[in-house]
Design a protein around this ligand. Structure first.
Ligand SMILES: Cc1cc2nc3c(=O)[nH]c(=O)nc-3n(C[C@H](O)[C@H](O)[C@H](O)COP(=O)(O)OP(=O)(O)OC[C@H]3O[C@@H](n4cnc5c(N)ncnc54)[C@H](O)[C@@H]3O)c2cc1C
Length: 307
């Protein structure tokens, strides 16, 4: 399906836009699941000022959605109406200082931040090496692994709101909780400052290698969205899913991973609807088996394909 082309009209309203704006761009290739329809308009702003210019001048009735590396995302088959923003080159800066701080653009992959910290002998950020998203996604999701969470290391983040205002958020302002950040959904994060501590580069490298080995042994790393559901209080999601008999369950070409049953995988030709239906089937079976209502950790965006 294709959306009506709004790009010519938007370009008229945004004469000073420097970034790229393209109509009906497929989004599946930007996601780990490799599924989903197009963005009505895909914007790749040149830098933070360009982003603020767009958001400040875009008509209010145009919805705006930001995506990172698409590692926690199901884009529905009908695509995403309005403007989808993907940050690129202008948000890729990364630097470290002698106070063990790491300042990074939000398009940078978490693993690159972990590597930069390791090279500078900054400890405390190694956990990021196991999360396959961008820093923007880590801020929005309070990404965490192996005992570390984004909230433990963030000093402050900067972002642009839907009105085009640049705003700074302290760690407390972020309102972090388990895989959640309370900053208004319309804020697009642009930079983050993390605080580590002095460490030994070789020891940090060994810690990152151990994380890699553990992940490779226990998780699928292809066409998945990572943990599908949040762990219910005091329980492991994978366990209640397993107990409900869902390991290996399939809908079309979507399957509950045999290796880690809180991961859904696209075996090749799954649609977004197959994956979402599988997730909902798992939720229903878990509810029937244990009374537990699983909450999606994966974000689902866009519209279902018209029948
Ligand atoms: C194999 C695998 C393993 C994983 N393991 C872990 C793990 O151990 N721990 C963990 O926490 N997660 C894990 N995940 C999930 C995922 O990697 C994280 O949630 C990650 O932080 C998402 O980042 P992203 O850039 O891919 O965001 P996306 O998936 O693109 O988007 C996720 C959300 O973040 C928002 N977002 C993205 N960029 C910005 C921005 N600049 N400003 C504001 N909002 C933004 C999006 O709008 C969306 O709501 C795993 C995923 C996979 C596929």
């Amino acid at each position: 399906m294709a959306f009506p082309d709004i790009v010519p009209e938007l370009k008229k309203r945004l004469p000073n836009l420097r970034g790229r704006l393209l109509a009906n761009q497929p989004l599946g290739e930007f996601t780990w699941f490799r599924v989903g329809g197009p963005a009505q308009a895909l914007l790749m702003p040149e830098d933070e000022n360009d982003l603020a210019y767009v958001l400040g001048n875009l008509p209010n009735d145009i919805p705006v959605t930001v995506i990172g590396a698409g590692s926690n995302l199901i884009v529905r088959d009908g695509g995403v109406a309005g403007v989808v923003i993907r940050l690129g080159r202008g948000f890729n800066g990364i630097g470290t200082d002698e106070k063990q701080r790491v300042t990074t653009g939000t398009a940078v992959l978490d693993v690159m931040v972990a590597r930069a910290a390791q090279k500078a002998g900054i400890a405390g950020l190694a956990f990021l090496s196991g999360i396959p998203g961008t820093i923007g996604g880590a801020l929005r999701m309070n990404g965490g692994a192996y005992g570390g969470e984004t909230k433990d290391i963030l000093v402050e983040a900067r972002g642009v709101d839907r009105a085009g205002n640049m705003r700074t958020f302290s760690n407390a302002d972020m309102g972090f909780s388990y895989r959640h950040c309370s900053v208004a959904d319309d804020v697009i994060f642009t930079t983050a400052v993390f605080q580590g501590k002095a460490g030994d580069a070789d020891a940090i490298a060994a810690e990152m290698e151990a994380i890699k080995q553990k992940r490779e042994a226990s998780q699928p790393r292809n066409r998945t969205g990572g943990s599908t559901f949040k762990n219910p209080p005091g329980k492991n999601a994978w366990k209640v899913i397993d107990e409900a008999g869902c390991r290996g369950l399939k809908v079309g070409d979507a399957q509950v991973s045999e290796l880690h049953c809180n991961f859904l995988i696209n075996l090749g030709k799954a649609s977004a609807a197959d994956i979402e239906t599988l997730g909902e089937t798992v939720r229903a079976r878990v509810k029937a088996n244990s009374g537990i209502e699983l909450e999606w950790e994966i974000k689902r965006i866009g519209i279902e394909r018209a029948l």
